[in-house]
Ligand binder design. Structure first.
Ligand SMILES: CC(C)(COP(=O)(O)OP(=O)(O)OC[C@H]1O[C@@H](n2cnc3c(N)ncnc32)[C@H](O)[C@@H]1OP(=O)(O)O)[C@@H](O)C(=O)NCCC(=O)NCCS
Length: 150
């Protein structure tokens, strides 16, 4: 990591940047409207900056004592440098501080980079949602991962 990550609450001013970032990462990206809806819904949304650059974001929905990581991404040019790990640690700290006892997420089994990332953090697979994600060829399952937040 050349520049340290700086985290702040995502605001309307960040919507264009995170939508562009998401579009560069995903074949079926969240739209600006999806991010805006999350803001309106009161989801916990963070932006990660390195200097002047927006390098990442996270979206977490709290349901009772569970936190659900709805989306996370790090700019391709900044991947593999520890920004994702720093962001996920911050997400877990914030969720724990807000009273969550576990963090849940879905991930595509074909997304080996993300699967390895979550395994590295001690997430375990607790289920499969059949045909959860769209693909160019049809549908793909989601692996459901979970981690206790002691
Ligand atoms: C998944 C993602 C957030 C990881 O962010 P990152 O900044 O690249 O991750 P880090 O550099 O902090 O790596 C943390 C750990 O993840 C694992 N990891 C990261 N990239 C990896 C890769 N390409 N292959 C295998 N393991 C990888 C490693 O265990 C790594 O730890 P290490 O560096 O000590 O070996 C990022 O790759 C990303 O934005 N991907 C596209 C969007 C996406 O898939 N989001 C998740 C949807 S569920």
């Amino acid at each position: 990591m050349s520049l340290p990550p700086v985290f702040s609450a995502l605001t309307e001013d960040d919507l264009d940047a995170v939508t562009a970032l998401e579009a560069s990462l995903q074949a079926f990206p969240w739209s600006l409207g999806n991010f805006a809806d999350s803001l309106t819904a009161g989801h916990t949304m963070l932006v990660c900056r390195a200097g002047a650059d927006t390098v990442g974001f996270s979206v977490v929905m709290a349901v009772l004592d569970e936190a659900h990581l709805l989306n996370v991404g790090i700019d391709r040019g900044h991947q593999g440098r520890g920004y994702g790990a720093a962001l996920l640690r911050r997400v877990m700290d914030d969720a724990r501080a807000a009273g969550a006892r576990r963090l849940l997420l879905e991930v595509r089994p074909s997304n080996r980079q993300a699967v390895e990332f979550y395994l590295r953090f001690g997430f375990t697979q607790i289920g499969v949602r059949r045909g959860y994600y769209p693909t160019a060829a049809g549908r793909e399952d989601a692996l459901v991962f979970d981690k206790e937040l002691p």
